[in-house]
Design a protein around this ligand. Structure first.
Ligand code: PY5
Length: 306
């Protein structure tokens, strides 16, 4: 996800479009020190005749409830933020696959943990973005680190601070020669990837961990459940043992950035026969049909930019 050489020309910041170079943040920005921010990851995809943001309002809705959990008072409503997302893409003139990153964060007000009265800043950044994984399928390990639990910091809030846990697991996996990690929850059941939800397939039935296993309630996860149901598959939300990962027929990650990414190896054991599974293939294609505007049933999930 490297955009170092090409930052966007314009961003949306606290209610209006600004030049990237105009927005400067103090080093004592609270969120930088304590992770006090909530954010979203949203994608826009080209269709035959437009660029469309996928499930924009569902993402903004999650942004607002994440903010509520941390007592962040946002001055902007969903409609204003939705307009901001469209405006920032238009301002930059992006026409291809685009990633949108709204972020609400505690600004500079002091160095203590009590941020009462500190400014709550809101930014929406958009960048051209193709693939998260630069390969058609991934090899993963079960992390030695556990997923954060609801008893410490709520996984269902998409809070910046949560990602120190993901970053640690991701770095360990990369340094050990894998593409990503699967984290177990505090009880030892499968939770999710570092930035993706997980599904496994066994005997034609699809399984995914429930909200109680410390997952982010992914919007892609919800989309995948609906599309699998449309395709006639049974989807079961239940606790998954670590060992089930080793005996499943298929496994895949899903998320806004990761889209549907097949998992072909877990802890040096092949998943199924080591090839991308047929249900995984079907759901990956069905997902692309929806986000790229070829499935009219879900046209209401698309917000046209132009
Ligand atoms: N679980 C975690 C921990 C995530 O960070 C994400 C999304 C998901 C699940 C999937 O959620 P959704 O389907 O709603 O996107 N991660 C972000 C993304 O944009 C950031 C990844 C670095 O995909």
């Amino acid at each position: 996800m490297s955009i170092v050489n090409n930052p966007p020309t314009y961003i949306w910041f606290n209610g209006s479009i600004k030049r990237w170079s105009e927005v400067n943040l103090p080093v004592l920005t609270h969120a930088l020190h304590y992770g006090t921010a909530v954010f979203e990851g949203i994608r826009a995809y080209p269709s035959a005749d437009n660029l469309n943001i996928f499930r924009l309002r569902d993402h903004l809705d999650r942004l607002l409830y994440s903010a509520k959990i941390y007592y962040f008072d946002i001055k902007y409503g969903i409609e204003e933020l939705a307009k901001g997302a469209v405006d920032v893409i238009r301002a930059n003139g992006f026409k291809g696959r685009t990633y949108i990153r709204p972020i609400v964060f505690v600004g500079f007000g002091g160095i203590g943990l009590d941020y009462t009265g500190f400014p709550i800043e809101v930014a929406i950044v958009a960048v051209p973005f193709e693939r998260y994984f630069h390969k058609p399928a991934v090899r993963v390990k079960v992390s030695t680190w556990r997923r954060i639990s609801n008893e410490a910091n709520p996984p269902l809030a998409k809070a910046a601070g949560n990602y120190i846990n993901s970053a640690l697991a991701k770095q360990e996996a990369i340094r050990d020669g894998y593409d990503d990690a699967i984290l177990l929850d505090h009880r030892g059941y499968v939770a999710e990837g570092t930035g993706e939800n997980i599904f496994i397939v066994k005997g034609g039935v699809v399984y995914t961990p429930p909200i109680s296993s410390s997952i982010l309630m992914g919007i892609t996860r919800d989309t995948v459940i609906r599309l699998l149901t449309d395709l006639g598959y049974k989807v079961v939300e239940r606790d998954i043992d670590r060992s089930e990962l080793y005996i499943c027929d298929e496994a895949f990650f899903c998320g806004t950035a990761a889209e549907v990414t097949p998992i072909v190896e877990i802890d040096r054991r092949r998943v199924g026969n080591g090839e991308i599974g047929s249900i995984t293939r079907q759901i990956r294609d069905a997902y692309l049909d929806v986000v790229e505007g070829r499935n009219k049933k879900y046209a209401h999930w698309l917000t046209p930019v132009y």
